[in-house]
Each structure stands twice: as structure tokens, then as C-alpha cells.
Design a protein. Sequence first.
Length: 313
Amino acid sequence: MTFNSIFKTNVVPIICPVIYTVSLEYMPEFLSAVLVGIIVKYRSIHCKSSRPNGMSKDPQTASYIPPALEFKSGTFFVPILILFSNDLAVIEQHLQEKIRLAPEFFRNSPLIVDVRELNKQGHDLNIIHLTDKLRMMGLFPTGIRGGSEQQNEQANTLFIPIDTMRSNDSAVTFGETQKQATNTSFSQPKAAAAEAAVAVSATVPPITTLITQPIRSGQRVYAAGDLVILSQVSAGAEIMAEENIHVYNTLRGRALAGVQGNKAARIFCFDLQAELISIAGDYKTSEDLNKIRNKKPVQIYLQDHALIIKEIA
């Protein structure tokens, strides 16, 4: 065995005590310790230099390992099923009619069940039975809104989240807030002024979102204010805005304006060929739009819960 081969193997831990013991017979103890230290040091340097691809145990130079997961905030919209009847047969019949009008829209669709109006009328509804019925039709409840204590317990047994969002009926409009501030101006002038200032700031319109590129199939676009698109919207795409939607080209796919309940929102486009249009939750599907596809600029607005499509002169 050569001198170099000794250091390339793992026999150094074995031979070091032997060398140390033999060297005690011929040299002082401190020289024997120096000899063993030199052997160990040489082997550590040799092993470090012989690692493949320059691998190092230094954590700062180690390769990056991506994390297994991460959280991101986002906005996800689902249809809201508002019930006015607790008759499951009637609910199924009306749902089947809606699904036939837009099968792709409702296919495997999540939805939130809103039972506030039902409970206002004093009509009881078993959430478990309703959920079974909805799932048989290919719909998947992902939340319940306005349920009673018993209905919420039934939803919990099915692991359906309870939507605790504040009702739109309890929201205070700008006019109501301003009136309240006026009525309390004599007793609490500072509080009234602060409340009025908050109301005024709430009326400032959001920034308009401008998109110049085509919206391709599968893409989803959301705007907190007005949404302006200078190119076409392809079939299978979805565009949403809290205010108005302007498409200065062909509008295919789905367009939803006033998604937060703004009934004054409108949709404008040069050529209406959409799969679905919606304003504040009221919608029309492609079956309803086939009659007015004339490749002329139109505007869509809401009037008495009906979508009005009117040509722009």
C-alpha cells in the first residue's frame, strides 16, 4: 500500500493510534502528537478537494430547495343560490331549467346557498337534504349564508363553511350615513364630521383597469373599478369588474359587471358574442343572446332585474 493510498482510505483512524504508540519508542511524546495531527489534517484536505462537482458542506453554498407550499391572497367568485322555497322538488325543477340554458357554466360548479329570504318567511329547510339534491345535479355547495342555528349545525356536519359576511341589507349607503351625521351634528360635532368624511372618501371611484392584450381562453380578469379592454375576449375567458366593463372589440366568453352588487353597472362592447353576461348577479346566457348577434356596438344595463341590450347609435 502506497503512502497516498493510505490517505484515500478509511484506515487512518486505525493506524493513527499504532503510529502514535510506535513513535513513543523513538521520539518525544509531543513529536508523536504532531505527526498524527499532520496525517489527519492531510487526509481532511484531500477528501475535501476530491468531492465531486466541488460539493461543499457550507450551508451558504448549498443548492436551493423550493418550499413545499405557500399561501397567497386572492379573490374567488362563485354563484350564489338564493332560495325562496323549501320545496326540494320545485328547487330541483327550476335548477334543471337553469342548467339546461347554460350547461357549461353550471358544470361541476361550486356555489353558496343563501337561505336568508327563506328564513325571513319562516320556512324551514334541511341543509343536508338540500346538499344531497344539489350534488346529484353536479353542483357543489361551498358555503351557507343566513342560516339558522340548526341549519349551521347541519352545514358543519357536512364540513360546509358558514359565510358570516355582513348582509347587503345592513350596509349603510352614503345618503344614510350623511343623514345620520346631520342628525348627530349638534350633540357630537366631531364624531359627525369624521363619519361624514369617511362617507365622502368611500364615494371616490376606484382606478380603471386598462388591458391592451387579448384575453385568451381560460384566463380570468378581475377589476376593482371599471375594466377597459382594447382587444378581443376569447371564448372560455372570464372578465369581472365591480363597476363597468368596456370591450372595444369582440366580446366572447363570460362578462360579469357589478359583481359586488352595483346594479347601475353596465357592459359596453363592439360585437356581442358572449357565452354569458351578468350585472349584479342577473344574467343572460348564449341561448338568450343568439337573437341579437348583429356585430354592432351595444350596451347592457339592468332594469327591474332584467338585462336590457340596446344598440349604441
